[in-house]
Design a protein around this ligand. Structure first.
Ligand code: GLV
Ligand code: MN
Ligand code: MN
Length: 410
């Protein structure tokens, strides 16, 4: 019988972690580099220390933890993220982060000697408060000072200010790139965040590929004026142009492809008085498709649509697009191991694509990478009701452990 995780400890730790960032408005708000994120990291580091694991931090707060030594062999990595979206749930990221810690600790407890070290990883700002998949992108390619200086969060605050005095980063912010030769493989356990596993009563999802991601901000610039004295046809109302633009997004997604999605999750209006014509309307964009070409085509179409909407209301539009995160296929060899280990554990499994973005997307460009999904109740995620059963959380962690153990000896 292969080694299994301590299921009770896994569940207890998930519950402990869910105490950090409780939001009176519901769910968890543990956005990156916030006080709550700091508390979660302190908790995580204490757990590592208790288990005798050495915690290493980089200049953007990525954490790599493992037994000391073993640096002469490329390591097997597993992990996820501790940050959440505003009013998010207790499983997205948390399950994979806690399970990776549990796996590294279980392997250490059993005294199992493997060819390669296994390390638990926490990536910074996966949810992209400052930059989508910030930490894993920093590990894959690094950021320049000027790129970091330009990053602002959803509250308009600057990343470099948030990092000032932040206890959970160490060393150079631009020297975060990891040599691919250091990583043998990466495996991430995550909740599905969609309905398919639950609908088909399947316990384990073997992720085939991760969707391509685009994002950015469209800013409509008009002219602020008095709401009572400015005639309707003498206005340059930036928000009206934004409204027309947002209304065009569903058709833009539909005409792109059957799996294309576009979300405008945030609008910022200035000056923001109810009796002032809006001068600025800034709209956030999140658009996705399994094909990079379609993501690139949506990026272009968003620009055209913004210009048309701006022209219709006599304002201007500026499209500040993020770098596209490429869709990636995941490693067939590790997928095979996951399927086999799930079968050993008596768990049904199926291939499944990921419509959510994950740090695995960056890790796949560094090392052979795979993901394990477990069911999400009603397919809900990024909301307070996000939920995965105890049995599924433990099953996913057991499959992860067996997969990591095999990779550590391969
Ligand atoms: C991460 O959760 C994402 O898909 O944006
Ligand atoms: Mn996640
Ligand atoms: Mn998420």
């Amino acid at each position: 019988m292969s080694v299994r995780v301590d299921g009770e400890r896994l569940l207890r730790e998930l519950a402990e972690l869910a105490e950090f960032g409780r939001d009176p408005a519901g769910g968890l708000t543990r956005t990156s580099f916030s006080a709550a994120d700091g508390q979660a990291r302190a908790w995580y580091a204490a757990k590592c220390e208790e288990a005798g694991l050495e915690v290493r931090l980089d200049g953007l707060g990525n954490i790599v933890a493992g037994l000391p030594g073993g640096d002469d062999e490329p390591a097997v990595w597993s992990g996820s993220h501790l940050d959440t979206v505003p009013c998010g749930g207790a499983f997205d990221g948390a399950l994979g982060a806690v399970a990776a810690l549990e796996c590294v600790r279980r392997l250490a407890e059993t005294g199992r000697r493997s060819r390669r070290p296994v390390r638990a990883v926490v990536f910074s700002d996966e949810e992209g408060n400052y930059h989508h998949l910030l930490g894993s992108t920093a590990i894959r390619r690094g950021f320049s000072e000027s790129e970091l200086a330009a990053m602002t969060g959803r509250d308009g605050d600057r990343l470099v200010d948030a990092l000032e005095g932040w206890a959970w980063a160490r060393g150079s912010r631009t020297g975060t790139r990891v040599d691919p030769a250091r990583v043998h493989a990466f495996v991430e356990l995550h909740i599905e965040q969609g309905p398919r596993l639950e609908q088909h009563s399947v316990r384990i999802g073997v992720v085939t590929s991760i969707v391509g991601l685009g994002g950015g901000l469209v800013r409509f610039h008009g002219r602020a004026d008095h709401a009572g004295t400015t005639p309707m046809d003498a206005r340059g109302d930036a928000l009206l142009a934004a409204a027309r633009f947002i209304g065009a997004m569903p058709d833009l997604a539909r005409s792109s492809g059957p799996a294309s999605v576009i979300t405008t999750g945030r609008v910022r209006v200035q000056p923001g008085g109810s009796n002032q014509v809006p001068e600025l309307a800034e709209v956030s964009l999140d658009f996705r498709d399994p094909s990079r070409d379609r993501v690139a085509a949506m990026l272009e179409a968003i620009d055209r649509t913004a210009q048309e909407a701006a022209a219709a209301y006599g304002v201007t539009a500026e499209w500040d697009a993020d770098e596209i995160v490429d869709p990636v296929p995941l490693d067939e060899g590790i997928r095979e191991i996951i399927r086999a280990r799930a079968t050993d554990l008596g768990l049904s499994s199926t291939d499944i694509p990921s419509g959510a973005g994950h740090d695995s997307q960056n890790m796949a460009l560094l090392a052979p990478t795979a993901m394990i999904f477990v069911p999400s109740r009603d397919g809900r995620s990024h909301v307070p009701v996000e939920y995965t059963t105890d049995e599924d959380a433990i099953a996913g962690a057991d499959v992860l452990l067996a997969t990591l153990a095999e990779l550590a000896d391969s």
